[in-house]
Design a protein around this ligand. Sequence first.
Ligand code: IPE
Ligand code: IPE
Ligand code: MG
Length: 232
Amino acid sequence: MEDSDAVPVHVAIIMDGNGRWAKQRGLPRTAGHKEGVKTVKRITKCAANAGVRYLTLYAFSTENWKRSREEVDFLFHLFVEAINGYIGELKENGVRLNFIGDFGPLPYFLKKAMEISKRETKNGKKMMLNIALNYGGRREIIQAVKEICKEKNSSKDINEEMLKQFLYTKDMPDPDMIVRTSGEKRLSNFLLYQSSYSELFFTDTLWPDFSEEEFLAILKEFSSRKRRFGKA
Ligand code: IPE
Ligand code: IPE
Ligand code: MG
């Protein structure tokens, strides 16, 4: 099978448009986030069944602290509720939960739920669901550089593969594709180092409305794209 025919091994998604979805309905932004959790469950199941091995979802960026205190607090509590109510289904579907980001500033109750859910789902073999929480691509790179400075004596040791081992995504392949919903066409600090050869997909659909059908259509389009990685 040609490389281009394959199902992507690693799919990353910038889940955007929850606030606008709610606004369109005259609801508070928080209602959009709640609805967005349902989409997470649908798309996770669909991706695992389609043969995707790693699904990385951008849930909270290092810049999202700029939102109102109420919205940030709501999100953290929603994450805990979503994680706790989701462990059983993840186990049933063979999905292993993992988190990437700078967890230090997150509240203790959320860190605890993250830890427990990781442990509970650690035997999932079908797919890894990777949630980016307080994630920032620049912060990830800076953190890696700091660690490297502490551990290595010589710049001779530094190369691409070695640097990768200091990122949150160590041991994972780079994302083959990145999808962003809601019509925005930017990465917003997502997977900056890892996305160098990712295929990019943008849809106007708001995250709460994003369906399995549309996701499968994007996977199909991926299979028709020709990836060259610099070759002629
Ligand atoms: C994405 O939806 C969810 C998070 C960033 C947590 P938004 O909340 O950014 O929704 P819009 O972009 O305001 O519509
Ligand atoms: C990106 O969405 C972050 C997440 C989806 C978690 P934002 O809504 O925060 O991005 P900007 O501010 O529109 O670039
Ligand atoms: Mg947004």
